[in-house]
Ligand binder design. Structure first.
Ligand code: PLP
Length: 245
């Protein structure tokens, strides 16, 4: 068996085990919260894994795939295309790469500045396309995390929602990487209540809350997540590349 085949088999075999487990975690969290699991979209984060992981995910029926770096998204889209896949860009994007992202992604979860939003809007208009965006909010206040502060999101929301070509579907956040449920709950509840406040001032923002990763999806679902971004629990530990988080 060639290396490529054995890698493919590894991801396919792994997903046979991990995908039902992740679906069960989502279903369990929804049941505990009295929510319908159909209201939580699973975005499979294939970042740092090879194209074989994408193939295995597609073969397993997953259609929402997430990447956090533009060049890696570019490689995977070049290899597997956009048909039948909804690509989600979930990582920080330098403004000068915004135009490229328009040709690659259906969703951008990491709209973390007005400047980036403007570039995405200009790129979308140039391409005659429309992209779904989520405003990334730094709910923990950690300096290492990008995103709008709660106050800035409120101040700038009209500028963001008025840009043509960029449809603001909701908000996204990353909780601190801790196990303390109270800290996680606080971050996620903060995002939910921010969305409620924003809905009080504009109806031009959607109802999506992208929150919850391998470590904290149950807490995120309890607090109202509509999109969970799951990497490790599906594909295993990421191969070390030196630049991944
Ligand atoms: C890597 C990443 C994820 C997935 O993280 P896991 O802990 O592996 O599930 C989710 N969201 C963002 C923004 C990421 O960069």
């Amino acid at each position: 068996m060639s290396t490529v085949e054995s890698v493919t088999e590894t991801y396919a075999t792994r997903l046979e085990r991990t995908l039902p487990a992740v679906r069960e975690r989502i279903a369990g969290a929804c049941e505990a919260a009295g929510r319908d699991p159909a209201g939580v979209r699973l975005v499979a984060v294939s970042k740092a894994h090879p194209v074989e992981a994408v193939d295995a995910a597609l073969a397993a029926g997953l259609r929402d795939l997430g990447e956090n770096r533009v060049h890696e998204l570019e490689e995977k889209v070049a290899a597997r295309g956009r048909d039948g896949v909804t690509w989600h860009m979930i990582g920080h994007i330098q403004s000068r790469k915004a135009r490229r992202v328009i040709d690659l992604a259906d969703w951008v979860h990491s709209v973390d500045s007005v400047k980036l939003a403007e570039r995405l809007s200009a790129g979308a208009r140039e391409a005659g396309a429309e992209v779904a965006g989520l405003v990334q909010v730094n709910t923990s206040g950690e300096a290492s995390k990008s995103g709008f502060s709660i106050e800035a999101a409120i101040d700038r929301i009209h500028e963001l929602t008025e840009l043509p070509g960029l449809r603001i579907e909701g908000l996204m956040t990353m909780a601190p990487f801790v196990d303390d449920e109270r800290v996680l709950s606080q971050a996620f509840a903060g995002l939910r209540s921010l969305l409620e406040r924003l809905h009080g001032v504009t109806d031009a923002i959607g109802a999506q809350l992208s929150m919850g990763m391998t470590n904290d999806l149950e807490v995120a679902i309890r607090e109202g997540s509509t999109m969970v971004r799951i990497g490790t629990a599906l594909f295993g530990e990421r191969p070390a590349t030196g630049s991944m988080q």
